[in-house]
Design a protein around this ligand. Structure first.
Ligand code: INI
Length: 167
């Protein structure tokens, strides 16, 4: 009989951080609302949720690194919105952000205790596509990134209970 390891959506133990970029705030604040609402509806107390804001998504990797290094959080949800304009700026900002958050997430998963970092940064061609993903036609990507965070936090907790590693 194989052993299966899956995360679930039961109330997770520990503190969560939401790191949100203020650029395109009319979108990112909706993502942040979705993230907070998802945590609260999954049993996380208000007192266990900290929200950090930075100017733009380019600043997110540095902020997330600083936040994960506190070792205070089991989960960090990153939120931003990069919307394509007529210049290559989009590619630089979106690329650096994804690469940087990916690198922090990879290290934070290996740290003891582990911190899960998930990616709720929109990269869209148009404002309308961003609106659709911030609670309109295509769901709320802040809520989705938060669900992924809860699932991974609970998976790592289960794994720790089996392999003896400190969560
Ligand atoms: N920041 C964003 O979060 N989204 C964008 O669409 C964006 N664009 O297109 O310029 C953006 N730029 C700002 C950037 O993230 C930095 O805050 C800025 O370059 C200062 O370092």
């Amino acid at each position: 009989m194989p052993r299966y390891f899956d995360g679930d959506f039961l109330p997770p133990k520990g503190r969560f951080a939401i790191c949100v970029a203020r650029f395109n705030g009319f979108i990112t604040e909706e993502l942040a609302k979705g993230a907070v609402d998802t945590l609260v509806r999954h049993g996380v107390a208000d007192a266990d949720i900290d929200v950090y804001r930075c100017p733009g998504t380019y600043e997110l990797p540095g902020l997330v690194r600083r936040v994960t290094e506190t070792r205070q959080y089991v989960g960090v949800v990153t939120l931003g919105a990069v919307i394509r304009g007529g210049t290559p700026h989009f590619d630089y900002v979106a690329g650096e952000c994804a690469k940087g958050i990916g690198a922090v997430a990879f290290e934070a998963a290996a740290a003891t205790p582990a911190t899960t970092v998930t990616f709720g940064v929109l990269t869209t061609d148009t404002v309308e596509q961003a609106i659709d993903r911030a609670g309109v036609k295509a769901g709320n990507k802040g809520a989705e990134a938060t669900l992924a965070c809860i699932e991974m936090v609970n998976l790592y907790a289960k794994m720790s209970a089996t392999d003896g590693r400190k969560a």
